[in-house]
Design a protein around this ligand. Structure first.
Ligand code: WQD
Length: 346
């Protein structure tokens, strides 16, 4: 068991991962600036697990703060042994409109974190990467050796950090893992924590749950003439609790390795689903009808993303276990109990 710094631990994937890591016995220090997350999530993580975690509000691009976190932990006799780095910006369209901000936060923030880690002899890191680094591929399923082709600043900044990590690992003193997430959805089965996008959701799944909750009236399906069986876009949706478990597997794998290590791993189910599969799956799991209309394609969307999940199974011993019905049921449990997310919550 280790003392682990979790950047962005109050966010959607971060908070679910904190639950699993605490249940695995790790001690956690969360650093989050709450720019797109709520401290209420961390309060609920502690309620769910019956364990406490330490939380500091602050920004990765504050070197004095990072220096203090590492130094204080060492002085208290519990040095930080590893980092899971979730913190970052993640909206594709926003990254196209404001690329500098994405390079500053995602790359500059990572660079500052890595420099502090290095200075404090903490060289074990799990990084949140994304399947969008593959861009539009011709061959499926996507394996970790499929060439990357990041086509927007969001994906480019994630790929840049992966490259920074590979270079660090080549110095022979780091253990790093870049986890390429496909499309995480759903929520903790308790309905106490979940995804809480600010404003109108960009992503399919929160849009659907907000229609079900009466906050939106209908879904706009972005295109039905893609080269896919029903013409709508295909993605590899996975349950956020499966994804959270993959982080525990990854950090344990790195901590157990005596040698330097540089890993890149896809995290998906290996089974792509179309937009209409998700709509109908949600309707079946919840009994709620989701009205929709087909509109034109969304710029930047690719027809299909689907993971080859074999490396995750072989190297980390991890597989996605939960079904689309589980994703829908748990996502709806969260949204129906928290129609306005963490706002107005206590
Ligand atoms: C899924 C499918 C849309 C909304 C993005 C990021 C990725 C990751 C997850 C991380 C597509 C269609 C969507 C809607 C629709 N980000 N859709 N109507 O674009 O695969 O991935 O989010 O934080 O890195 O790129 O996910 O959920 O937006 O879209 O028809 O209102 O649903 O066209 O086919 P995407 P998504």
């Amino acid at each position: 068991m280790a003392h682990v710094l979790i950047t962005g631990g109050a966010g959607f994937i971060g908070s679910h991962s904190c639950v699993v890591l605490l249940e695995n016995g790790h001690d956690l220090l969360v650093l989050d600036n709450f720019s797109n997350s709520s401290p209420v999530a961390l309060k609920r993580v502690q309620e769910l697990t019956g364990r406490s975690l330490e939380c500091v509000k602050g920004d990765l691009r504050d070197p004095a703060l990072l220096q203090k976190l590492f130094a204080d932990a060492k002085a208290a006799g519990a040095p930080i042994e590893a980092v899971i780095h979730f913190a970052g910006l993640k909206a594709v369209a926003e990254s196209v409109a404001d690329p500098l901000r994405y390079w500053d936060v995602n790359v500059g923030g990572s660079c500052a974190l890595l420099a502090s880690m290095d200075a404090h002899d903490c060289r074990t890191l799990v990084f949140s990467s994304t399947s969008t680094v593959y861009g539009e591929s011709e061959t499926f399923p996507l394996t970790e050796t499929t060439p990357t082709n990041p086509i927007h600043p969001y994906a480019q900044t994630k790929r840049a950090v992966e490259q920074m990590l590979t270079a660090l690992a080549q110095t022979g003193t780091w253990r790093v893992a870049s986890l390429r997430y496909f499309n995480p959805v759903g929520a903790h089965p308790s309905g106490r924590i979940g995804e809480d996008p600010l404003g109108i959701p960009n992503n399919l799944f929160p849009f659907i749950t907000q229609i079900a909750a009466g906050r939106m009236d209908k879904l706009r399906v972005f295109g039905n003439e893609y080269p896919t069986p029903d013409g709508t876009g295909i993605r590899d949706y996975l349950h956020v609790m499966d994804l959270a478990e993959a982080h525990a597997a990854a950090i344990n794998h790195l901590l157990q390795s005596d040698a330097p290590l540089s890993l890149t791993v896809n995290l998906g189910t290996g089974k792509g689903l179309s937009v209409l599969d998700v709509v109908h799956g949600f309707e079946k799991a919840t009994g709620i009808t989701i009205p929709y209309e087909v509109v034109k394609r969304r710029p930047g969307d690719v027809p299909k993303l689907e993971a080859c999940p074999k490396k995750a199974a072989n190297v980390l011993g991890w597989r996605a276990k939960r079904s689309l019905a589980d994703m829908c049921r748990d996502g709806w449990a969260w949204q129906s109990a928290n129609p306005h997310g963490y706002r107005k919550a206590s």
